[in-house]
Design a binder for this molecule. Structure first.
Ligand SMILES: Cc1cc2nc3c(=O)[nH]c(=O)nc-3n(C[C@H](O)[C@H](O)[C@H](O)COP(=O)(O)OP(=O)(O)OC[C@H]3O[C@@H](n4cnc5c(N)ncnc54)[C@H](O)[C@@H]3O)c2cc1C
Length: 310
């Protein structure tokens, strides 16, 4: 792992740095590149512009590692309201939730009850709930959560991370149940005993897993295969694999982050792929933003430039 990436990921967990950064106007300005605003309304406000390019949304309210049950309940209530707002405003938007924001650290059954309620309401509204994947210590509980909710509701998907050695096996257990699967590279700091340390190996594993997700048996089981990456080489290889299987472009679905590779998002949508942009909002943006910087340390220069402009 690069030194800069390690430093940024370590910093993402520092409460002191979070308190400092969130007070600085120049940091907030730099963050706005990846986040249209802190409110749900601001996030929903991006929809018309994206819809013109036939790009949908996935909404996520930033927050994680919640230790207060009342706060987890409030987050669940917020997402229930968000589902109603999406419907009322006729926006093409799904939601993506973090288990630790819904109380996984406090009580797994409380978290399950929240995700179940969200999936139930989303099903009634014709919507879909994605479950994010967090640090490796949460993988078992998160997959269990996804499997349990999926048994009652078809409109649930879970994220899996290509940097973990275990993901190939995890995928084999998810495919037969026809769950939605969003494949990403993985955003956290994980030890070499459980995760590929070299980026080239993560990329190679990503493509292997992506092809597995596109396979006929997965499709027949009803898997919704989503590829969450900005890596143009992988995006191209996945589109090619999909075409080689004789499938229409819309069968390969891509999710990218708001503010990253906009031209590529438009190009994929023009080529006929299903495309969504994950739009984050909320006030708890510091650890999430540090992970975005770690993905591309060149982004640190955007922060530095904002400082000199302030
Ligand atoms: C829709 C979506 C959902 C996600 N959900 C999760 C999740 O639940 N759990 C999890 O661990 N991770 C999640 N991630 C993050 C993911 O794990 C990666 O950290 C992130 O997508 C960067 O990897 P990459 O695939 O884009 O490839 P990289 O090899 O990191 O990047 C490829 C290229 O994309 C561009 N790029 C990538 N990131 C940035 C950036 N921050 N700023 C500017 N340019 C950039 C650069 O040009 C870079 O060269 C999600 C990502 C997406 C897109």
């Amino acid at each position: 792992m690069g030194l800069m990436r390690s430093v940024l990921l370590a910093g993402s967990e520092s409460p002191w740095l979070r308190a400092q950064a969130t007070r600085r106007a120049f940091v907030r300005r730099a963050v706005s590149r990846f986040m249209p605003g802190e409110s749900l309304e601001e996030a929903l406000g991006t929809a018309p512009d994206l819809a013109r390019d036939r790009i949908g949304l996935v909404l996520t309210r930033l927050g994680e590692s919640v230790t207060d049950a009342a706060e987890a309940d409030e987050v669940a209530a917020h997402y229930l309201d968000a589902l109603e707002s999406i419907r009322a405003q006729r926006v093409n938007a799904e939601i993506s939730v973090k288990p630790t924001q819904l109380g996984l650290d406090i009580d797994a059954s409380r978290c399950l009850a929240h995700v179940r309620a969200l999936a139930g309401r989303a099903a009634a509204l014709g919507n879909f709930v994605w479950i994010d994947m967090e640090q490796s210590r949460y993988v078992d509980a998160t997959l269990e959560l996804a499997r349990t909710v999926r048994a009652a509701h078809a409109n649930v998907g879970v994220c899996v991370q290509a940097y973990l050695f275990r993901t190939a096996q995890d995928l084999e257990r998810l495919l037969p149940i026809g769950a939605g699967v969003r494949l990403v590279k993985g955003a956290y700091k994980e030890p070499a005993e459980i995760a590929f340390p070299r980026k080239a190996d993560v990329d190679a594993n990503y493509l292997t897993l992506a092809r597995r997700l596109l396979a006929d048996d997965a499709r027949k089981a009803g898997v919704r295969a989503v590829f969450g990456t900005h890596d143009t080489r992988l995006l191209g290889a996945i589109a090619e694999s999909n075409a080689a299987l004789g499938r229409p472009a819309r069968d390969a679905e891509f999710h990218l982050l708001y503010g990253i590779q906009r031209a590529e998002q438009q190009r994929l949508a023009r080529a006929g792929h299903a495309v969504r942009v994950l739009v984050s909002y909320g006030s708890y943006w510091f650890p999430w933003y540090m992970r975005r910087l770690a993905e591309r340390p060149a982004n640190v220069w955007f922060v530095a430039r904002s400082l000199f402009r302030s």
